[in-house]
Design a protein around this ligand. Structure first.
Ligand code: 5GP
Length: 118
């Protein structure tokens, strides 16, 4: 978990507009967009605009805002898709499953087994 922020990571390119994304929400401090390889219908990502590789890199006031926005966007996902559950996931470091080294929260709608909605 020790290291430098790599400005060539894919989410940095999305933030700079070099790579397109399906935008869900944007303001001065955060960007939210659809995951390109969704684990379920409505799989959404929320990222801060500050350069942070993971949860440990981000100043707490930015983290506070990021989790607040994640809650707001998850509420909207809940209202629009009416899933049976929503997983919020966040990975730090490759062994933990992180593949893009710009901090992000996953919003993953979940449906009861047997239902075909998700
Ligand atoms: P991680 O495993 O690092 O927590 O999650 C990275 C997420 O980014 C994965 O769910 C993956 O599907 C998603 N992802 C990877 N490349 C792209 C991309 O180019 N665009 C979008 N929208 N999502 C991506």
């Amino acid at each position: 978990l020790i290291g430098e922020y790599d400005s060539k990571n894919i989410f940095a390119k999305i933030l700079s507009g070099d790579i397109p994304c399906a935008k869900v929400y944007e303001d001065a401090r955060v960007l939210s967009f659809m995951d390109a390889f969704p684990q379920s219908k409505g799989h959404t990502l929320v990222i801060p605009k500050v350069k942070a590789r993971n949860l440990f890199d981000i100043p707490s006031e930015h983290l506070q805002n990021l989790i607040h926005q994640t809650q707001r966007i998850a509420r909207a996902v809940n209202t629009s898709l009416e899933p049976d559950g929503i997983r919020i996931a966040q990975f730090n470091g490759e062994p933990a499953g992180q593949t893009v080294f710009h901090l992000h929260f996953h919003i993953i709608p979940c449906w009861d087994a047997g239902k075909l909605k998700g």
